[in-house]
Design a protein around this ligand. Structure first.
Ligand SMILES: NC(=O)c1ccc[n+]([C@@H]2O[C@H](COP(=O)([O-])OP(=O)(O)OC[C@H]3O[C@@H](n4cnc5c(N)ncnc54)[C@H](OP(=O)(O)O)[C@@H]3O)[C@@H](O)[C@H]2O)c1
Length: 327
């Protein structure tokens, strides 16, 4: 099969389109014929081995997994002997550990769900990591239960992969959303339902005052003190990401690590977010796509051979929604 793989860490030119053996599913695995694969900053982290602390998990001197990509949408080709929840021909979406920038990938059933019928494979591949992370942030903010009407939520990186979903999910929950994005994306963020939009090149995130009950930060690596100035005294700051390429051992993840040491000493809650890749979360999102409450925002679609260019584009740091590799 054709796959985009690497032998050493580095920039996108370490990636090459190779012919590799088709993976064989183990008894508890599913073999998926990949139709489309999502591109997200985690792919860049796996490719570069940066921040350097990520190498503890992904391989100290070179990547343990050669094929890049995690998010996928495709058709089940075969299943292992112990798999009862999927069968050949099922259309699925989810994540895999062995690389989705490939014609075939093996995945665990607990990381796959039936694809939303209303989404194409390209659209479905734009969901698994980003929308699941947005859902985790919305849940962590307490916006999935109880009366949230009147609550003000700020999403930083509102036009990005996670942010575009977070805006839509917060609006669907009944919150009033302030989206923070760069120039040229204000209208898009408004179209996703944001009541207010801050173009961060003309105003900072605290420019509306300490009015937000929740701040979900996906981008930009701003200091915690600045983020807290945008929140009410009992506000909830959720650090979903940002600044993974900030350099050093931990990149921008130092803010997430500092959060538990800051939170007990301030009136606001400051918390890092770690989203899990679970079928239950995809199943919770599926009806929202099929009912039209949520829609993927797709920036660019690249053919498999151009996956390195897709990652390079993402690494520029300003995608509008999601980038997808079509296979
Ligand atoms: N916590 C978790 O479990 C989890 C899971 C997945 C990913 N992540 C992390 O979450 C982060 C975001 O992921 P993503 O997929 O949303 O990335 P993305 O698709 O690259 O989006 C980032 C967005 O941030 C905007 N941005 C860039 N600089 C900014 C700034 N200074 N202020 C405000 N916005 C800015 C960018 O566009 P504009 O500047 O043009 O607006 C872009 O739209 C990454 O660091 C990723 O590693 C965390």
């Amino acid at each position: 099969m054709k796959a985009v793989a690497q032998s050493v860490y580095g920039s996108a030119d370490v990636l090459a389109l190779r012919s590799l053996p088709r993976p064989v599913p183990r008894p508890r695995e599913v073999l998926v014929e990949v139709r489309a694969a999502g591109v997200d900053p985690g792919v860049w982290v796996n490719m570069t081995g940066r921040p350097y602390a990520s190498r503890v998990a992904f391989g100290l001197t070179r990547p343990k997994v050669a094929v890049r990509g995690r998010a996928l949408a495709g058709v089940v080709a075969s299943v292992g002997a112990e798999v009862t929840t999927f069968k050949p021909g099922d259309e699925v979406y989810g994540t895999c550990g062995g690389g989705s920038f490939a014609e075939f990938a093996v995945a665990l059933p607990r990381r796959l769900a039936p694809k939303p019928v209303s989404l194409s494979f390209v659209e479905a591949a734009a969901v698994p990591i980003s929308a699941v992370t947005a859902l985790a942030a919305i849940r962590d903010a307490g916006l999935r239960s109880g009366d949230v009407s009147g609550r003000k939520v700020m999403v930083i990186g509102a036009a990005g992969g996670i942010g575009a979903y977070a805006v839509q999910l917060a609006v669907a929950a009944g919150a009033s959303v302030t989206g923070v994005c760069g120039p040229g994306k204000v209208e898009l963020v408004r179209s996703l339902g944001a009541a207010d939009v801050i173009d961060y090149t003309t105003a900072e995130v605290d420019s509306l005052g300490a009015v937000h009950d929740v701040v979900i930060d996906t981008a930009g690596c701003r200091p915690l003190a600045l983020l807290r100035r945008a929140m009410t005294p009992r506000g909830n700051l959720i650090l979903a990401g940002g600044g993974h390429d900030a350099g050093g051992l931990l990149g921008g993840f130092t803010r997430q690590l500092r959060a538990p040491f800051v939170s007990p000493f301030v009136s606001q809650r400051v918390a890092g977010l770690t989203a899990l890749e679970r079928a239950e979360d995809l199943e919770a999102l599926t009806p929202m796509f099929d009912e039209g409450t949520l829609k993927p925002v797709i920036d660019r679609v690249y053919p498999l051979a151009d996956a390195p260019a897709a990652i390079s584009y993402l690494a520029e740091g300003h995608p509008t929604g999601k980038i997808v590799v079509a296979i």
